[in-house]
Design a protein. Sequence first.
Length: 140
Amino acid sequence: MKTIVRAVAFALVMSTALTTQAVAGELAASSPGQKALRGTANLFLGLIIEWPKTIYYEAREQGPLLGIPAGFLAGFGLGLMRTGAGAYELATFPIPIPQDYKPLISPRYPFEPGRTVVSPALIARQPDTAPSKGAAESPK
């Protein structure tokens, strides 16, 4: 009996450790093969799964009266974005763009739970280096 309890306890500890590593690596580096697989899944399943998934999340958050129409529109847009990202990732899987083959969209695959978020690397803006119009002329 002690052996069974120890085995179950060990299995629980190991599954927790492995799950933590998987979550921590959500937007971490990937391999070219993972990028190709991600691109294929997003290309062929992006719109089909993202659309109803977004309707569900919006209806849960805002209620069905506002959430279903909002989710319908947002889900269609996110589905097209996921499909386009899938085509891009599949076409560029041998090239490490973005850096270290990181995913463009989180969650990586459309069938994973969670709201879809664009990678911060795609929306990060470079700081403007040109001086502003008012800063060029200093008062004397």
